[in-house]
Structure formats: C-alpha cells, structure tokens
Design a protein around this ligand. Structure first.
Ligand code: AMP
Ligand code: MG
Length: 331
C-alpha cells in the first residue's frame, strides 16, 4: 500500500510518500518546507499562506523523489489536528482536492499519534515505547494503554520548543532558536537556579521563562542562562518520562518532535533509560520534526485496520487530543 501524507499543523508544510513493507514503514520521500516569521512568533494566517503557496510544488517534488506515478498512490492522508486552524484548513483542502482528483480514499490523522507511530514503524526494535514528544507547541508524555494513546504528562502552559523560542526572541535570535540555545549552552558553566515546575505528572515552563528573562536583564552570562534553561527543563521532562515508564511498566522510550534534535536532551533521556535497563530510540531527524511521512504512515495503519472517512466528514480539529483516538490497529 502506497500512501501520500500531508502535514501542515503549524510552521512546516510537508509531503511524504510511504509504502508498507511487511509490518514496517518504508519512506520513499519526505519533503518539508518551513515558514520562518520575519519577526516575532508564528502568525497562523501567514503560515497558512506560506503552505498554500508551496504545497502544490512540494506534492510534485515528493512524487518525483519517490520515483512513482500519481496513479500508483492508494491513499491520501493529512494531519487533522491539533494545530493552527488556518494551517490545518489549507493542508486539508489540498488533501481533499488530491483525493477527489485521483479518486483515492482520504483519511485524517492525529498529529501527535503520528509522531509515536513513525518511531514504531521505522525503528526495528521499537515496539511499545513511552514517547516523549517535545516540539514547538506540544509537549506530552504518551503511551499506549487499554486501546488508546494516553497522555501521562504534559505541559500546562507552553511547549518546550515554544519556551526556547520565546527566550530566543528576548535575546534577539531568529526562529527556530533551540539550535542556537544549544550551542550557547555548551559554553555555560554556572548553573543559575530556575523554577522547576512539576505538578503531578504535568510540567510548566512559563515561570522558568520569566526567571530566565530576568537573569538576562540583570546581565547574567547568556551561556550560563542557556545552560541552566536546558538543564532545568530537560531534567523535568526526563523525570516525568521516567515516572510514566515506571507507572506503565514499559521498558522502551522514544523521542519525537523538533527538540529531540538536542544532544543534551537525548543524553539525559538515554542515561535515564540505561539506568532503568530500558531501550532508547530516536527516529532520524526528518522523521522527528513535523513531516508528511509520519502522517502517511499513520494513514496506512488506520486504513488497513478498517477506518474510513468521507471527504464530507474530513473536518479539521484544532483541539484534537491524543487520547481522543481509538487505536484500532494494535493491541
Ligand atoms: P517541531 O514543532 O516539532 O517541528 O519543532 C520545532 C521546535 O524545535 C522549535 O521550537 C525549535 O526551536 C526546536 N528545536 C529544533 N532544534 C533544536 C535543538 N537542537 N535544540 C532544542 N530545540 C530545538
Ligand atoms: Mg509535531
């Protein structure tokens, strides 16, 4: 089965083509184009306009790279949510147009679940992981239990990537700020005390962000602030992930989302996994960030398990929660 998946929940528009080979996912192409705001944060309508401008071209590029013909495609999938309304509507419209013009079925999928399934689909021994999903807008600890992907812990305010990007904006660096903060943190030596906020299994970053901005205004060394932000936020994320692993008695951990590119975060989570005798997984970078291949793969899993969607019912859902999905394709 060959599926074309379209992603467009926020800053990135992506089109991936995947094929199911035995039980695994073979990625044939995965083209991504990211919108960078000229200043400030992501403006939903501007991001949607960006997606509208580039999507036709990205679809063509993805088909060309995969070395297939349009007629070979069996299924069209798209990210139904959660995400920014204008962006979701733009990509859903493209998916509907493609489904109607190729006369192929359409299926809308949950973006967060796709981050988990692409790990299971592409990494050999990754079977039943706890996912630490760290992206711009989303930060969740997700694992399978009793027919659903359940959220064991999540941010109560902003996503971890958003926290890094907001701090980056304060200090005058361009989006995405995570990689630059990672670089600066390498030269940080002094740990500055920042709020470490865990409530039950949930985390919060706004207080830490304000405190970090105050350190910056007071003239503390930038490298030390970046180092302290990473140490504090990543420790909190690792702690909640470990608790979810203990609670669910799972012995695999998977990273996903753009922040998973960060070496310090990887090292911390890997060390935790190692100390528990658990396995650590992280997909390749293009499958960690928002991408069409993961949307295509989840589309295939859902379709094969018998789920169907008509174009008339392919609504987007900005607040589509991870645990709203009935997971019919695994046990
Ligand atoms: P996503 O929303 O999953 O596409 O991820 C985008 C987020 O990842 C942005 O907030 C980036 O700042 C963040 N990011 C990307 N690379 C890194 C990195 N090396 N370290 C920390 N954050 C990163
Ligand atoms: Mg994402």
């Amino acid at each position: 089965m060959l599926c074309l998946g379209i992603e467009g929940t926020a800053h990135s528009v992506g089109v991936g083509l995947i094929k199911k080979v035995n039980e695994k996912c073979r990625v044939l192409s995965n083209v991504i184009k990211t919108y960078s705001p000229r200043q400030g944060g992501i403006h939903p309508r501007e991001a949607a306009n960006h997606h509208a401008i580039y999507i036709a071209d990205i679809i063509k590029k993805s088909i060309k790279k995969a070395k297939i013909k349009r007629g070979d495609i069996d299924l069209i999938s798209f990210s139904q949510g959660p995400g920014l309304g204008p962006c979701l509507r733009t990509t859903a419209t493209a998916a509907r147009a493609l489904s109607l013009s190729l006369d192929k079925p359409i299926i809308g999928v949950n973006h967060c679940v796709a981050h988990l399934e692409i790990g299971r689909g592409t990494l050999d021994k990754c079977k039943d992981p706890v996912l630490l999903y760290t992206s711009g807008a989303n930060t969740q600890v997700i694992a399978f239990a009793e027919g659903k992907y359940r959220v064991f812990g999540e941010t109560l305010d902003i996503g971890i990537g958003n926290c890094l990007d907001k701090f980056g904006r304060t200090i005058g660096i361009d989006f995405p700020c995570g990689p630059k903060i990672e670089q600066l943190a390498l030269d940080g030596k002094n740990y500055l005390e920042l709020p470490y906020t865990i409530k039950g299994m949930d985390i919060a970053f706004s207080g830490l962000l304000t405190a970090a901005e105050q350190f910056y205004k007071k003239g503390e060394k930038l490298e030390d602030i970046c180092y302290s932000i990473q140490e504090t936020t990543f420790a909190a994320l690792t702690e909640v992930t470990e608790r979810a692993m203990a609670h669910t008695e799972k012995n695999q951990v998977l990273l996903g989302g753009g922040v998973a590119a960060n070496k310090r975060l990887r090292d911390m989570v890997q060390k935790m996994a190692c100390e528990r005798g658990a396995s650590f997984f992280v997909p390749t970078r293009d499958l960690c960030v928002d991408n069409g291949a993961m949307i295509a793969w989840l589309g295939v899993l859902m379709y094969i398990s018998g789920i169907r969607m008509s174009v008339e019912n392919s609504f987007i859902n900005q607040r589509f929660r991870t645990d709203m999905v009935d997971v019919t394709w695994r046990d």
